[in-house]
Design a binder for this molecule. Structure first.
Ligand code: ZN
Length: 137
């Protein structure tokens, strides 16, 4: 069991941090934090890009964060066509962590506003996949 079960974002093949998926199953969206210098990463990394330490710990992405930018996709990578159209976004948290993700279809386009509060929520997808999406707090 690992990242092949993570549904909607393609960055995950780049990381070795498969426990991320286990945390989603348990209901938490997690990033990693460097124990040496305190740098925070999302998506999670197993090595710190700042100080090159491998001494990392998990922290939960709680929030809410603020919507920084978003975009509506009318074209998707292979495998995501049936989800179209959907909105992707970047949400920034108080500690400066920026999280990329998808906006819940529960929020209509006209209610999206830069600066609004959003929370990352784990979601179950078809085919035993898991992911997360942004919803209202
Ligand atoms: Zn570090």
């Amino acid at each position: 069991m690992g990242f092949e079960r993570f549904g909607t974002v393609s960055f995950v093949s780049q990381t070795k941090v498969a426990k991320f998926v286990d945390f989603l199953d348990e209901g938490s969206v997690m990033g990693t934090k460097c124990k040496s210098c305190g740098a925070k990463y999302f998506p999670p990394r197993s090595d710190c890009a700042q100080c090159l330490s491998s001494d990392m710990e998990w922290f939960e992405i709680t929030g809410p964060g603020k919507l920084v930018t978003y975009s509506k996709l009318m074209y998707a990578p292979s495998g995501f066509e049936k989800d179209l159209p959907y909105r992707i976004c970047v949400v920034e948290y108080a500690d400066g962590v920026k999280v990329f993700g998808r906006i819940s279809s529960q929020i209509p386009d006209k209610e999206l506003a830069i600066g609004m509060d959003l929370v990352a929520v784990p979601v179950k997808l078809s085919g035993d996949k898991v992911s997360y999406e942004f919803r209202r707090p």
